[in-house]
Structures are given as structure tokens and as C-alpha cells.
Design a protein around this ligand. Sequence first.
Ligand code: AMP
Length: 190
Amino acid sequence: MNLVIFGPPGAGKGTQSKFIVNKYNLYQLSTGDLLREEINNKTKLGLEISSIMNAGELVSDNIVGNLIEKFISNEKYKNKIIFDGYPRTLNQAVNLDNLLNKFNQKINLVLKLSVSLETVKKRILERQSQENRKDDNEQVAIKRYQTYEKSSKPVLEYYEKSKLLKVIKGEATITEINSEISGIIEAIKG
Ligand code: AMP
């Protein structure tokens, strides 16, 4: 089973992905984490993308597309991936389907965690004190939320059409969301 976890910054995608990874033996593919790794390692790509990320904007579809291809083409992860923070644009969603298709795979489920801007601001400020991310401050959080609002609609419509989308209220407690997600996954596994 491959699944996508979708939602604005601070929706709980990372937290819920880790829960699903442990419970169902999957692998988390967070494009945000991969990009931050490039920045921390001061690679050529890292230097190119740091100002874009720190401004709360999206890096190019090409760059993230290359990162995920490395993962999808690896037999170890076959049918075991949680895409966390990817796709974020319609182009990325189409690219993901094409890539998976090339390796005889598909997306089985898209989980959308919805939260308000107020919650996003609160959670991001909490996370800033724990993780020290450069893009976790109120101003950039608002920008990232706006970026999400702008680019997410066509992606959600795309997954609605393919009947893969399940919407979850991301304001509930972590445990409540854990069990809602488990219920959905169990139903799909049959
Ligand atoms: P995240 O950790 O998912 O919140 O991502 C942090 C930042 O990384 C985003 O604000 C973007 O600048 C960049 N990023 C992560 N994933 C993507 C993606 N799929 N497409 C474009 N940019 C991305």
C-alpha cells in the first residue's frame, strides 16, 4: 500500500506519518526532510533551494520529482511508501502517478488533514522551540499556509475524482486521529 498524507504546514502530517510507519511497516518519504538534509549538508542543491524554503515558497516540481524517483525506483520501498508533503501541485500529482505506474505501483489512499490557520500558527510556534526550523516563524508560517491554499485545490480535486481522498479533522487529538486513520487503512486493506 502506498499512501499520501496531505495538509497545510502544522496539520500533523509528520506525526501521523510516523504513527502509520510504525503500525503498518511502511516508509515515510518527506520531501521537506529530504530538502532540509540537502541544506544541512550544504550541497549545490541545498544552496539553491534554501532561500525559497525560508521564504515559504515551493521549490520546483523538477527538483522534488527527482528526489522521489530515487525512492520509488528502490525495490525496498515498493508499495510501502507514505508520501508526506508530496505532491503539492497538480503537476506533482500527475508526475507521481506516472512514476508509480512505471514501477507497477499506484496510490491506494490520500489522507487529508484539515486545520485552520489559527491552529497552524500555534503549532508552528510550538514546533519552532523544539526543532529550530528556519521556516517555522509566524510570518513564514502564514506564507506557507497561503502557498498551500493556492496550490492544494487542484491536487485535492484530482484525488477526489479518483475517489482516493479521505478528509480528517486535524484539530482532534493525536490519539483520536491515530484511530480514525487506522480505521480507514483497515477498511482499505479489507
Ligand atoms: P514541509 O517539511 O513539508 O513543511 O516542507 C518544507 C518546505 O520544503 C516547503 O515550504 C517547501 O519550500 C519545500 N517543499 C517540501 N515539499 C515540497 C514539494 N512537494 N514541492 C515543493 N516544495 C516542497
